[in-house]
Design a protein around this ligand. Sequence first.
Ligand code: SF4
Length: 335
Amino acid sequence: MKPFQYLRPKTIAEAISMAADDPEARYIAGGTNLVDLMKRGIASPTKLIDINHLPLKKIEHRYDRLRIGALALNSEVAKHKAVVTRQPLLAQALLAGASGQLRNMATVGGNLLQRTRCSYFYDLALPCNKRKPGSGCGAEGGINRTHAIFFAGNGFGGIEKSSCLAVHPSDMCVALTAVDTVVVVNGPDGERRIQMKDFLRLSTQQPELDTNLGPGELVTAIEVLDNAFAKHSHYLKVRDRASYAFALVSVAVALQMDGGRIWDARLALGGVAHKPWRYWAIDLMLRGKAPSEQLFREVAEHEMESAKALEGNAYKIKLTSNAMVAALKTAAGIS
Ligand code: SF4
């Protein structure tokens, strides 16, 4: 591990000023991903700016939204009464992620910023455009069983426009993508509010970038807007083993139902793209209709028409379709 400076700012402004003029500086909170990356030589920050003492841990409901500080621990968020009652989809997704020990250490901000678990990214001897832009993609033509089936530009050229085939590892981000969420960041130019759909990036020209954060910007909170999905939401995660494993495929579903019909619908997929994949047409397809397995099968198959399998992950197309149907049925309360 290369030597680095360790800094402990007393205020948010001080933290930002420490990072502002140094592109190799990194903020650290729980460190559950960054420390691994440093030990393996994948990340070599010049400065580690420890933000753990900043006042960013609060979880509260204010006006029309749930505001969660970036330093709130995943385990605390998952059991917080306001989260469980108002945004159970988020609580379910958090509890599906990692292990109890990791959830006690990992923060909401770090969860947003965690990097891919593609094995080529973690092996310095192998090519990886995300780790070393222009070096190639080891997963292309390699072992890509866990990689993406949706890509930037699908329908407009597809896979060849994508320079990274990896998927985003977070469960939390899938739930936040399904519902209306704002990521609040502070930086040298002040506060910025970024819609969750615009916070993480699809892989195109710069696969080394996972987010649209600017230089020196610090995530300070997320805000989940109130909705009417609490009674009919479900997070389904399909993985190789029952716990402490990343999703092969996951589905976050949120429905608003009344009188036996669906009046609003949101759905996002995990484990299938460089960022959580929002299914934008689902509301149009389900609105005003009574839930049924046949209807859900039709909408799942409609979405999967734009999926493209790699050599090793064709199984994900059927798996994703079936997971969507199962999650929709559970959320709608039909068997
Ligand atoms: Fe690197 Fe992405 Fe290719 Fe994996 S899929 S080897 S992270 S470029």
